[in-house]
Ligand binder design. Structure first.
Ligand code: TNX
Length: 526
């Protein structure tokens, strides 16, 4: 009686038995549904094919012979995956075919819809392939690949596998070419290592511009060789009277280069003609009466101005912009221009007009806060909308494009709610959902998608003085801004996004990010 007749097998028992076996072998946990992966920003299209790809000891990162750019991307990927997987993946460059379990990175340059930053990530059970027109696309495909792996991939020490990825195809490219964050290093200074760490964090969410607010009333943070006291004296302190600091030009170049390697463009800002107390304190000749004020460590705004009718001022601006431009591979220099409350209107307009010419003479384009639209804008000048939509609309009427940073939605220094430990609230509270639920192209009726170069979320630093404090305000709102910049607005909804964001709680923890546990997100239920 050891022959079982097929007829007698109860299908339910077979199924139950299988489930037990699968449970022991953990096979039921193999990820097979690519559409269930929590990817931020949400890709344009994801098609699942129901199988699993495994990264293992025999996996290599394969690039075509002669493709140096793909090899660089491959090395970046190896450096990301090796600490936690311990697999010792290496980049192999060759003519033949990649082997089973390999990752293939390839620049094809043929898929116009993908543009400069798009990519295709194609996963079968045998091979994981990322293709793109340009290296930036490979880089973004790599960021997506990280998010297809378990959160522990982000840990610095070796973790247990398995390292499995659901199969399918992702086709992805951004809505806006400018997806930025502003860091205010003037109110409180943040050193090179903090900024580098942050560049890695923002790049993981496919953000590509870091605007550095390098000067304000409380501090001047960049060495200018022709005006050395700006940094040496004007950089001595910060809000609250701490010791401040500044970047030497060498350090600044190091930041620029580190950012470039992660497809992040640094935009330097020198805020003028207001917000200039640190400069005025450093050089008496920049002051109308020829006398310097004291250094300032409070948080009031709008009390300082350069003398806009003095030629010394323009010599100063020309020197500063020349030195900055020589360290700036990106196309923009930001001239500030906000809250010049003690500059007369016609002096302000005269100043902005002249400074635009100076920036252009050094081969760069101008970015400025929305007040600059009161002046006559040069072709290519971009207006950063933060406070007054009327100003931004004036810019559009002059043919300028707009960078969207509406304070009510995009200010990372606004508190989440009244209980927030850090932050201000002059523009209101911005909880994780409020920060996410808006569309740059339909916020101001007169400003449409064609007028917009992108989005930037600024983190002013009056209330935050170190990495952890800054991260509390940056996260979890940053991934939301990244998604607004990347994903078409008709594909976005808070209800769907918040489940993906909840999954990123583990990921942010593994990355060592001190994020705010917003009560609007169900962090534990994922
Ligand atoms: C307004 S936003 C400012 C900054 C402050 C910020 C605080 C802008 C262009 N100017 O000087 O730091 O508010 O939220």
């Amino acid at each position: 009686m050891n022959q079982i007749s097929m007829k007698k097998i109860n299908p339910f028992i077979v199924l139950a038995g299988c489930m037990v076996i699968c449970g022991i072998a953990a096979c039921s946990s193999e990820p097979t549904d690519m559409t269930a992966a929590s990817i931020i920003p949400k890709p344009v299209s994801v098609t699942a094919t129901g199988e699993t790809f495994k990264l293992g000891r025999s996996s290599d990162i394969f690039v075509r012979e002669g493709s140096g750019e793909a090899a660089v991307a491959g090395q970046f990927l190896a450096d990301k995956l090796n600490p936690s997987t311990g697999l010792g993946l290496t980049v192999v460059s060759g003519k033949g075919k990649p082997g089973r379990g390999d990752i293939l990175l390839e620049l094809t340059g043929e898929d116009t819809e993908l543009g400069e930053e798009g990519y295709v990530l194609e996963v079968t059970s045998r091979l994981l392939k990322i293709t793109a027109n340009k290296p930036a696309g490979l880089f973004y495909g790599i960021q997506t690949l990280r998010q297809l792996l378990p959160a522990r991939i982000e840990m610095k020490e070796v973790q247990e596998g398995p390292w499995e990825i659901p199969t399918g195809v992702i086709r992805d490219f951004p809505v806006y070419g400018y997806r930025g964050i502003m860091r205010d290093v003037a109110r409180h200074f943040f050193g090179v290592e903090d900024i580098k760490t942050f560049i890695d964090q923002m790049a993981a969410y496919k953000m590509n511009v870091l605007h550095l607010h390098l000067s304000d009333d409380q501090g001047w943070r960049i060495e200018i060789k022709s005006w050395p006291d700006l940094a040496l004296y004007g950089g001595k302190t910060e809000v609250g009277g701490g010791e401040g600091g500044f970047y030497t030009q060498e350090q600044y170049r190091e930041i620029v280069e580190y950012a470039q390697e992660r497809y992040v463009t640094i935009i330097p800002e020198i805020d003028m003609p207001g917000h200039t107390n640190a400069a005025l304190a450093s050089y008496p000749e920049l002051n109308k009466g020829g006398k310097s004020p004291e250094l300032y460590t409070g948080i009031k705004v709008g009390f300082s101005t350069l003398d806009t009718r003095s030629e010394t001022t323009y010599k100063f601006v020309d020197d500063v912009v020349r030195e900055l431009a020589s360290m700036t591979p990106g196309e923009y220099i930001h001239i500030g221009g906000d809250e010049s409350l003690v500059t007369k209107d016609d002096d302000y307009v005269y100043f902005v007009n002249r400074v635009q010419d100076i920036v252009i003479s050094h081969g760069k384009k101008v970015l400025g806060w929305d007040e600059i639209a009161l002046a006559t804008l040069k072709p290519n000048t971009v207006v950063q909308y933060w406070a007054r939509s009327g100003n931004a609309v004036k810019g559009v009427q002059q043919g300028a494009r707009v960078l969207m940073s509406p304070a009510k939605y995009a200010y990372l220094d606004m508190k989440y709610d009244s209980a927030s430990i850090y932050g201000l609230n002059w523009a209101g509270y911005i909880e994780a959902d409020n920060g996410y639920s808006w569309d740059p192209a339909s916020l101001v009726p007169e400003i449409t998608a064609e007028n917009i170069i992108g989005i930037e979320a600024p983190l002013w630093s009056e209330t935050v003085s170190d990495r952890e404090e800054a991260e509390y305000l940056l996260f979890p709102r940053l991934p939301g801004y990244a998604e607004i910049g990347w994903t078409p607005s008709d594909m976005r909804s808070w209800d769907e996004y918040k489940a993906r964001l909840a999954d990123h709680g583990k990921r942010m923890e593994a990355m060592g990010i001190n994020f705010y546990k917003s009560p609007r997100v169900n962090w534990d239920n994922r």
